[in-house]
Ligand binder design. Structure first.
Ligand code: MN
Length: 703
């Protein structure tokens, strides 16, 4: 347990100008505020804020953050108020304490949606000041370090949440040591036996290979000395959770992992990094494809380093990371590194870039659940780098396609893209991009996004933009359909059309809890409310009457009537279950956001749907002779040579187009032939059915 004096000593060691008075006052304030409380294991509560402040001091943070760390639980757990803190410690400390308090109220619910919303709040808090999340991290880390005192059930829940949310977040913010500690602490709680087993294996491995790795270090040191390069060689042991993950993902055994121990060479300048790389490559053969230059292309979390894997003595694979001291600091401390030593500094440019990334992500994603997915995807370190024709670099998650790329340039480029040239060759939009590709997007003014695209995009930006476009489009469709249905219903009751603008209509809308006429149209167009229900309340003598809601088949004349002819500005589809053709008795069913689907009366699918009576609309065929419709026929015949040719010749001689044909033969020498024909009307369908049934070998024909 650290004391306040030890803490202050530690802070002064890295920041001699730290505001010690503020830290001491915060300590006293916190101790007094929490004096009546105890930690679950029985120690005074102040141990916790003190430990949190200690972690923040380990991260070399400024005195404002450390003071806020000492105070982080005071508003929530004690009688102290935010104003007390504002008066005594100023606005900045108060802001941090308040933001952390808000985050502490965030309970990760079992429901994914609630969790997502909370997570989003976490990011929002962080987007104003990264230190909020650093304090939250320190708080969670101390709680994880002392988790053994909690009941097992709670331990598991907290560990799961930490592993799913906090560890990836730490990784995204580049705080490697924290990510590793979170992971191993959680792993230990969640799978204690496996953790123990792997930990022992790692210890054994290190022991067995010590001499070998000492020799490797020695050979490098020798060559570095000859070249006059100053560098430190450290070996690092992979953390247990990463090893577990690797075994799981790559389906390998512990013995097959080559980078249980890796080497890190820290030097002074970037040119020296590359010189060291060439020394290593001259000592041992390197594995092509394993060399990564994160100095020319830093990761999104600002990580810079050279990575290479070589085949060392006795055939062992060894991984090297080569970087400068500054890069090493960023690699370990990430975004926290930028807050070191700085009492009053503005955000530096790298930090500003990161904040911009966060803000973008928050702005782009309006829906909380999408947001959670976004973070889960975007936090994975696997990214590709592709180039615009002008040579600008775009960083995208692995698996991204030209559509993702197009949306990363501009929403309009995404919405209008019809194709892409990758490295000068035209490729399908859905083709995955690779690092180094030069991508040029081809657009067309008439192009619109398609729902299919959602299958081919991985970036949240592209997903959100496509969904947003589809939602808008569905809304437009629904407004148009809703307007049409209501106007038809009004006409059918011989009411004046301007009743829509009447006071009465306002009352009706109010009775449904609807704010605007547009919202009313949307609800009717979506099939949430029927035009009949609405207009019924406009009729004077019927206004008090209850609207029938039940399944009981409302007589057709009570529903709105639209003709297919009359709805040419509205989307309608022919039901693929029953393929009605002109002449059939038909009925329409409102499909949310997609307009009306036309079914044959008696279609079994429709009977199932018709539970939602308010979504049924009456439709009539127009007398327009040009309308064709598809009909599906299923023919059973004797499987004799030439029967397909006979059938298709017969159908085309009747001037009917075959838009689909599928034939199968059964084990008992029969053929089942499925056809979809473009048919003008029921009469024509009848005639062709009749002709087909007369073809030699045809046994049966069905619609
Ligand atoms: Mn706490």
């Amino acid at each position: 347990m650290i004391t306040i004096d030890q803490l202050i000593e530690k802070i002064l060691a890295y920041n001699p100008k730290a505001n010690i008075d503020r830290i001491r006052r915060a300590y006293v304030f916190s101790r007094e505020a929490h004096c009546a409380q105890k930690r679950i294991e029985g120690s005074p509560y102040i141990h916790h804020p003190l430990a949190v402040a200690n972690i923040l001091a380990d991260m070399h943070l400024d005195s404002i953050t450390i003071a806020a760390g000492l105070l982080h639980d005071t508003i929530e757990d004690t009688d102290m108020s935010l104003n007390d803190i504002k008066d005594m410690f100023g606005n900045e400390v108060a802001f941090l304490v308040e933001a952390v308090t808000k985050l502490s109220k965030v309970e990760f619910k079992t429901k994914e949606e609630a969790q997502a919303e909370n997570f989003r709040k976490m990011f929002l808090a962080m987007s104003k000041d990264v230190r909020v999340i650093l304090i939250k991290f320190a708080d969670r880390l101390h709680n994880m370090r002392t988790i053994e005192y909690l009941p097992e059930e709670r331990q598991k829940n907290i560990a799961k949440e930490t592993l799913e949310i906090y560890a990836p977040l730490a990784n995204r913010l580049g705080i490697n040591w924290l990510k590793i500690e979170f992971e191993d602490l959680c792993f230990k709680v969640l799978m204690p036996e496996l953790f123990k087993e792997l930990k022992e294996k790692v210890a054994k491995y290190v022991e067995v290979h010590e001499r070998y790795f000492d020799d490797v270090k020695e050979s490098i040191s020798q060559r570095l000395k000859e070249s006059g390069i100053e560098a430190k060689i450290k070996s690092r042991v992979k953390n247990v959770y990463s090893i577990y993950n690797k075994i799981l993902k790559q389906k390998i055994t512990f013995e097959q992992i080559y980078d249980v121990i890796g080497f890190r060479i820290i030097t002074d300048t970037v040119p020296h990094c590359y010189e060291i790389l060439s020394i290593i490559h001259s000592l041992w053969p390197h594995i092509p494809g394993r060399f990564k230059d994160f100095i020319s292309l830093p990761k999104k979390n600002m990580y810079e380093s050279l990575h290479t894997t070589v085949i060392g003595p006795l055939g062992y694979q060894m991984e090297f990371q080569i970087r400068t001291q500054e890069m090493d600091l960023i690699a370990e401390e990430g975004i926290a590194a930028h807050w070191r030593y700085k009492e009053k500094d503005n955000l530096d440019s790298k930090n500003a870039r990161f904040i911009a990334w966060l803000r973008d992500l928050i702005k782009e994603v309006s829906d909380a659940k999408e947001f959670l997915e976004a973070v889960k995807v975007e936090v994975t370190p696997e990214t590709i780098y592709v180039f615009t024709p002008k040579g600008d670099i775009k960083e995208l998650p692995i698996g991204s396609t030209s559509i993702d790329f197009a949306y990363s340039i501009h929403t309009e480029v995404g919405n209008k893209c019809i194709g892409a040239k990758v490295n000068g060759r035209i490729v399908p939009l859905r083709q995955k991009l690779n690092s180094g590709d030069v991508v040029e997007i081809i657009t067309s003014a008439s192009q619109t996004p398609s729902k299919d695209w959602l299958k081919y995009v991985v970036t949240q930006r592209a997903k959100s933009k496509i969904k947003q476009w589809i939602r808008n489009e569905e809304r437009k469709q629904s407004i148009s359909l809703g307007t049409n249905l209501i106007e038809e219903e009004i006409k059918r009751h011989s009411l004046p059309l301007n009743i829509i603008k009447s006071k009465k209509m306002l009352d009706v809308m109010k009775s449904f809890g609807i704010q605007s006429l547009e919202d009313l149209y949307v609800l009717v167009g979506f099939g949430k409310l029927s035009a009949h229900q609405v207009v019924n309340r406009l009729i004077p003598d019927k206004s008090e009457e209850e609207v029938p809601q039940k399944i009981q088949k409302t007589p057709p004349q009570q529903r709105s009537v639209i003709k297919i002819k009359g709805i040419d500005n509205i989307l309608y589809h022919i039901g693929k279950c029953c393929f009605p053709v002109p002449g059939d008795n038909i009925i329409g069913f409102i499909t949310k956001g997609k307009g009306v689907t036309i079914h044959r009366v008696g279609c079994s699918n429709l009977e199932r749907l018709a539970v939602n009576v308010e979504r049924l609309v009456d439709v009539e065929w127009s007398d327009d002779g040009d309308l064709t419709s598809q009909a599906k026929l299923s023919i059973e015949a004797i499987d004799r040579p030439g029967i397909l040719a006979n059938l298709s010749a017969l159908i085309s001689s009747a001037n009917i187009n075959i838009s689909y044909l599928k034939a199968m033969s059964t084990s008992d020498k029969r053929a089942i032939i499925e056809l979809i024909l473009d048919i003008k009307n029921k009469k024509q369908l009848f005639e062709i059915q009749n002709k087909i049934s007369q073809v030699q070998g045809v046994l049966n024909i069905r619609r």
